[in-house]
Design a protein around this ligand. Sequence first.
Ligand code: FAD
Length: 387
Amino acid sequence: MLDFVQLEADLDQEERMIRDTAREFVEEHVKPDIGEHFENGTFPKELIPKMGEMGFYAPNLEGYGSPNVSETAYGLLMQELEAGDSGLRSMASVQGALVMYPIHAYGSEEQKDEWLPEMGTGETIGCFGLTEPEHGSNPTAMETYAERDDDGYVLNGSKTWITNSPIADVAIVWARDRSADDDPVRGFLVETDRDGVSTNKITEKLSLRASITGEIGLNNVRVPEENVLPGVSSMKGPLSCLTQARYGIAWGAVGAARDCFEEARQYANDRDQFGGPISRFQLQQRKLAEMGTQITLAQLLAYRLAELKERGEMRPQHVSMAKRNNVRMARNQSRIAREMLGGNGITTDYSPMRHMANLETVYTYEGTHDIHTLVLGEEFTGIPAYE
Ligand code: FAD
């Protein structure tokens, strides 16, 4: 496996163990039929509790059944899962960073006790509802709202592009609280079997096909007061979750790219043309040289991000740079790998084109590439250029 600058040497025993366990899990349970799932547009649901058993959901949190592993270990886990498929990493990212994290950070003790242990095992599936049909890159303009009634709130609105909504037991819905001054954004835990909740599946995807995506319709949905996350009020709530998930993506994308590299390297050595393996051609070696270099640079950024996160010094702008760079790198390199596989490269028998298609989603969600460019533009000039 590509580790050109020997980053492995700095891993501790637990980090190696988590990486190896995740790698074996992907080899044994994911790789054999992920291509078929991609073709069929299905997610291997039987893996959800297995991933829970393995401790793949938010193991970097502390308490409530979570082992509080290092940020590097968490990153390595995301890397290995995405080497399998971005859909698999998305499952773990949503469950861990977008649902368990806000409950852990902003939930009441009762909410933490009720949800975190069950979500950690995968018995309960969560989803994160921020994006709306009319508001993607600018979620601040969200229209979903909550109004107080006697013993809680009534929610109305719609969310779309929500990973796992059709199979989720609970959704964290971000909505404006119209009964408070300035309509602050609040997080509501909405069980999907409540009256007025619908979760239609989006079926037309050509990317992230081995992942379930849907809408959340909210039509006069009543939730009690105890379902509101008490610890946050404002866009800080959803944005802080996105920082956590983007951290995992910055690592995960490297895994997808590495898998493409390994597949292309193997293929180039095995495939004979003009009397010998295509890996003897300079043109093919140049592609591998570039791919290996770009992956190594992205790995370095991810490892540094982990150090900053561990020290409490990681800022959202750091994550924007890593997400932006590493996903773009993976998107570009997956295409080169695909190319090296010739005709076989366009099939689901090999991973590069599946990764390449998946990475279109990864490039778009959790802040599009453009939006992270604007984050960095503001960081370096002091001038926001969103509007
Ligand atoms: P838009 O915001 O309409 O953007 C369209 C284009 O305009 C993009 O190229 C964008 O970069 C560009 N653009 C927008 N604003 C600017 C600007 N100011 N300057 C320059 N260019 C700009 N959301 C959730 O809440 N939960 C989920 O679980 C979830 N899962 C997803 C799963 C999948 C498979 C996909 C595809 C999306 C998912 N999303 C989820 C939604 C995702 O986060 C949004 O698609 C993303 O934020 C972009 O929003 P949009 O699609 O509305 O595009």
